[in-house]
Structures are given as C-alpha cells and as structure tokens.
Ligand binder design. Structure first.
Ligand code: PYC
Length: 306
C-alpha cells in the first residue's frame, strides 16, 4: 500500500493511493457509508499510532462517478468517515501535483458531499471551491454542566458544525486543553438534547493575533483532536454565518487564523439554493512517500486503541 503524507497549515493528511478496501461502485456517499459501517479497522490501521499520528486525516482515492473529475476521494479520521475535508483537499491537490497527476490550473474532485473544484496556483498553494454551505439554525443555546448556557449556530460546510462566537476562554494555544474539554461537553450535550442534531465539529471563534486578519478559530474534530489548520469545512460554515448575518459581502476576502497561527484566505459567492459557495485558499507540503508494511505477527495490527 502506497501512501503520501502532507500537512496543510500543520494539519496532516495521508493520501492512500492503492490497497484500500473494496467499497463497490455507486454514489460516493454510499461508498463512504460502507467504509464507515464495515471498514473502520482499515481507518484505525492507517491513522492510529504507531503507523499514523494524532489529528491525521486519511484520504482514500476511489473511482469517481462523474467522469469530469480527476479522482474521487473519501476522507476519514480515527472516529468517523467525513463527507468532505478542506485541509485534506488542499493536501490531496498538492499530492496529485507532486505525483504529476495534476497540473497548475483547475480540476474537479468528487467527494461524498458533492463535486468540488480545486485550483492549483503553484505546487503548494490551492484554492478549494467547496459545496454549497448554509446556516441550519441560529441562536441554539445548550446548558453545559459547570459552565452554564452556551449559544451558537449550527451550520453545514461539508461537515456539521456548532459555531460559538462568544466564549469566555480566549482562542490561544495555552487554552487548547480547556477548549477541547468544553467542545466535547458542548457537542455531547447538543446531540443529546437537540432531536436530530448530528453536529460532529465544534468551533470557537476568537480575536485574531494579527491585526490584518478577520478572526482566529479553534476547531474540535470528531476524533476529539483540534484542527491545526483553520479547517476548510469549518471556515465554509463560518462564512455561511457571516453571510447570513450580513457581516461579509460576497467576493470580499478575509483571512482566518487557526489556533496555531496558520492561515486560510476565505471568500464566498451566493449559492443556487439560498446558501453560499465558499472558496478557501491555503498551502500544503508533501512530507513522505511511503510503502506500508503489514507484518503478520504485529501485536498492534490496527494501531494502539488507548
Ligand atoms: O479542513 O475541513 C477540514 C477538516 C475537517 C476535519 C479536519 N479538517
């Protein structure tokens, strides 16, 4: 099995070029469901230590249904199969360029969430035009034990987000443990009390460090790690909130910082069904081109579970 590792703003992506499970044919959403139902061990084997690393997202290349697409891809972390992943798409585009499979310019890629466009500006800088993103419900208040009420917006950007814009803990690296704990408590409470909610990511928005930037975020992912990048799907959901609240006009570019200070440039256009079409620009760098070896007597064949 050949894999190529990259990072996008510090967030790792592992592209799996061959040797993945047989997910059959048909819509990518259906193949993603099969990966999630029948093959999570594969995801664990590829991403857990000692073979993988914390916060890593896998990108399994599959045959696209839409013949216009360069490839299909199904993203996953150790806890869940994702409909879409922004940092992973930037990492994938740079990986395809590294392999000579994508030239500078625009290409389509199929994901379970839909067909997206990548524009390779050079071998490391990529703009992703994401699927239509939207606010689902504003002013959602949840009561958190030992914290009191927290209010946020549920929004979709290819994954499901709860976005908290006012929170007493500053979005700074020294607060990563506190924000992680708060994010897990909020997500658990939200999904338990809000019938039908399927929020898998929680975002805390904060003030930027750089005066030139719009904001800084902390994004809790399904595997309870935080996104080192400003999160492509999370930034898409945040753009949908800004558009909904009339705080950002179409085509105006802003810069979003991550908790570790990496940056994405963001803008949007109006979407065809009342949402927005976000564009996210970031950079990724290839780290390793690896052949995986699976030893029959390995005592941790699916990685370390604790
Ligand atoms: O960039 O969309 C993203 C993402 C989702 C989970 C980790 N990164």
């Amino acid at each position: 099995m050949r894999v190529i590792d990259s990072h996008t703003g510090g967030e790792p992506t592992r592209v799996i070029l061959n040797g993945g499970p047989d997910l059959g044919s048909g819509p990518l959403s259906e193949r993603a469901r099969r990966l999630s139902q029948d093959h999570m061990e594969f995801c664990h084997t590829l991403l857990r230590e000692p073979r993988g690393q914390v916060a890593m997202v896998g990108a399994l290349l599959v045959e696209p249904v839409d013949p216009r697409c360069l490839t299909g891809v199904i993203f996953f972390d150790v806890a869940a199969v994702l409909d879409m992943c922004g940092h992973g798409t930037i990492g994938l585009a740079v990986t395809l360029a590294h392999l000579g499979m994508a030239t500078p310019g625009s290409h389509l890629i199929e994901t379970p969430a839909g067909v997206i466009k990548v524009h390779l500006q050079d071998n490391s800088t990529v703009s992703v035009t994401n699927i239509e993103s939207r606010v689902i419900q504003s002013d959602v208040t949840v009561e958190i034990a030992d914290q009191g009420p927290v209010t946020g917006t549920i929004a979709y950007g290819g994954n499901w987000f709860y976005i908290v814009e006012t929170y007493p803990v500053p979005v700074l690296p020294e607060n990563i443990a506190a924000l992680t704990q708060a994010g897990v408590a909020i997500r658990t409470q939200l999904n338990a009390t809000l019938h039908g909610a399927k929020v898998d990511h929680v975002i805390f928005q904060g003030h930027p460090i750089s005066a030139d930037n719009f904001s800084r975020n902390f994004v809790l992912c399904p595997d309870d790690t935080y996104d080192r990048s400003p999160c492509g799907t999370g930034s898409s959901a945040f753009l949908a909130c800004l558009a909904d609240q009339g705080r950002l006009p179409p085509d105006q570019q802003i810069t979003q910082e991550s908790i570790i200070g990496s940056e994405y440039q963001l803008s949007y256009q109006h979407g065809p069904t009342g949402g927005i079409i976000p564009t996210i620009t970031g950079s990724a760098y290839v780290l390793a081109d690896t052949t995986m070896i699976f030893s029959a007597n390995d005592p941790f064949p699916n990685g370390i579970a604790v």
